[in-house]
Design a protein around this ligand. Structure first.
Ligand code: SF4
Length: 237
């Protein structure tokens, strides 16, 4: 049950029942029809995000897209987002932290990502996204159940308590293999790091390549127990 959301958004459970087994295109269309300009996509230009944006080219090509630019992303990630923004005409907003990397170093030390990665993610990702989501009622995410144990229960539609928004995960039931089949079928661009053993790609100080058979997110925060930046976690880390 959703306590307060059940009051604010009594339709969420109905939507879950309607969409839990639906094709991603059906889920995306329903979200667009339901929320219009109050809907936003959040992507870090990983493979599921690329497929999401490609499908939306037909469904809602002018939908606002948010990407959290921590100023600590790989050059390959910036190249990909620049290319897609230009070639697909994306309505892209780059969400940035209040402090530059240099300012953060002055306030919190040279490598907060090593000393307190949860705090670093809070400052550079979670808070900026929460602020950017104000003014929207719902958002679309690329989270999938097969990405990690902590994501295994991902719902197709849910109430995001942290941000107080409806959250759609149209690809919750898709697998890594299905995503790559789609990308290759449509010959879509993707991050060049995926050819170098990187499966999940975030900020460069906290991302490494993985070995075959590893968890898809095993290369993130490898020297910490941390597995999530916090954006997709309902309780503070
Ligand atoms: S992923 Fe690493 S560098 Fe990026 S915000 Fe989180 S802790 Fe900081």
């Amino acid at each position: 049950m959703y306590s307060s959301p059940a009051i604010q958004h009594p339709e969420i459970e109905t939507l879950q029942a309607e969409l839990h087994n639906a094709y991603p295109q059906t889920i995306l269309r329903r979200a667009v029809d339901m929320f219009g300009d109050d809907l936003v996509v959040v992507t870090s230009f990983q493979p599921t995000g690329i497929v999401t944006l490609h499908m939306l080219q037909e469904i809602a090509p002018h939908l606002t897209i948010l990407t959290v630019d921590t100023n600590l992303l790989f050059d390959e990630t910036y190249q990909l987002m620049d290319r897609l923004e230009r070639e697909w005409g994306l309505n892209l907003i780059r969400v940035r932290p209040s402090q530059s990397v240099a300012e953060q170093a002055q306030t919190h030390g040279n490598a907060l990502w090593l000393d307190e990665p949860n705090k670093c993610c809070e400052l550079r990702k979670v808070i900026p996204l929460k602020d950017a989501l104000q003014g929207y009622q719902a958002w679309i995410s690329g989270v999938r159940r097969d990405q990690s144990a902590s994501r295994a229960e991902t719902a197709v539609v849910s109430w995001d308590k942290r941000n107080e928004k409806v959250k759609f995960c149209p690809f919750a039931t898709w697998t890594e293999s299905m995503i790559w089949t789609y990308i290759h079928a449509y010959d879509l661009p993707y991050n060049a790091l995926h050819t170098q053993g990187y499966t999940s790609i975030g900020c460069f100080p906290c991302t490494q390549a993985v070995q075959a058979g590893d968890d898809l997110r095993a290369g993130r925060w490898v020297n910490h127990a941390k597995t999530e930046c916090g954006i997709h976690v309902q309780n503070p880390l």
